[in-house]
Design a protein around this ligand. Sequence first.
Ligand SMILES: [Zn+2]
Ligand SMILES: [Zn+2]
Length: 452
Amino acid sequence: MKFAQEFRKSLQRGGFPQKWVDSAVPYRQLKKCLKKVTQELCELGLDKDTVARLAAGAKHPSTVGFHYIFDGKDGASKHFRPKLTFFIHIQDEVAVDAQLTPPTRSFLETIASRAPKALTDWPDQVESPAMTESIDDSNPGEAPVLRSNPSPVRRVEVPLVFDGEFFDILQTDVSNLDALQEEEQDKLVNQITTLGHEISKATKPTRGRKARDDLEIWRGIFVSYVDACVFFSTREIDHGARTSAQAVMQLQWFQDQVLSRKLIQRLRLDKSRQAYIRFLNMNALLLQMLKFQEMNSLAVTKILKKFDKRTSLGVSRVFPTTVQSTHLFAGSAARDICAQMSSELIAVVPQLDDYLCPICFAVAYWPIRLDCQHVFCSRCLVKMSRKVEKYCPLCRAEVLMQAGLDNLDSKRAAFLREYFPKEVKEKIRANERERNREIFGPNYSDSPCSVM
Ligand SMILES: [Zn+2]
Ligand SMILES: [Zn+2]
């Protein structure tokens, strides 16, 4: 199937909102316009083979070179204009290349005669064919020497109409797509924030038993979700944004985890169950956005390749960097939204891992915040100060000696008591046991005395 047809069908079958479909890359229109570009170039004698030959000047020495670049934005348009510039060594008056077709020759003669008498240097971006001709190999056994070519160069810009039209359509569409994505992303971010508030409110431990149970379950759900790295992996092994196909698999893995642990059935509040459905819907929407972005990005790549194949002008590599699309080519949406999910959503359900003392790996209670802002449990710090340690074990700042009662983070202590009551109680008991062993010796046991 031809790509144009394939693209249209995928858009129809993708289940995208009509507004999205309407702003998709107008592939057919671009293809039609490309025909006009090709025709225009052919009429000038610049068919793709000739241009390819001129581009590969080194292999077929001639006296002509050119470059095709995206020039700055002019006043009338916010878009970059493509510009075709020829450089002709005038030493031979006009391109003397036996291999040129008559129309190309006449084109070059015309533009050379029109060229201003002002001379220029052969530009760096264009390989100077004449230079390669003057490789000095008269001293066999020595490396060839490049002699700079003394012949003057005329620079002529070739005014084309339809390439401007082509890139105008393309750039307009890319910026429309960027705007659409921005809008959808904002909407999604708002939904994430709202959902985060709702889950946090519903599962506040002070609201009772059901809330506390659900909080525990949400913890499990989000641990699996973070493990799944659905849209963006932070792991070293596969770091970066996922493709939509990978995201589908990861999302499936996440749902399987949740199902196999019967997490949803165990949710006790209606609000929690509804929130979970909305959470899944958000993921589905993000997945759609990713798919849509991939399809459009592919369409742009395809049409630019076609452009190069039909004209040999070589734009497919420069275009994406020149237009500097913020979304279409950057693939930043997934990363941004994932960051949003972890800060707004996953963080509302506190995870024990984030509150462990980095020395004893138990909940950091009582939490002591050193001046470097690192938090440890009071017990570990007491032991360290006995050994006259001066430095924070994480950042090596010299803050340990100054630490005192003022460093107790009482807000965090209250938070830990609320969200991790079990772990806090266990930690208090462990601290006591340890202290008693220090006082009464290693055989101390806190179990009640049994009478023989
Ligand atoms: Zn500790
Ligand atoms: Zn530190």
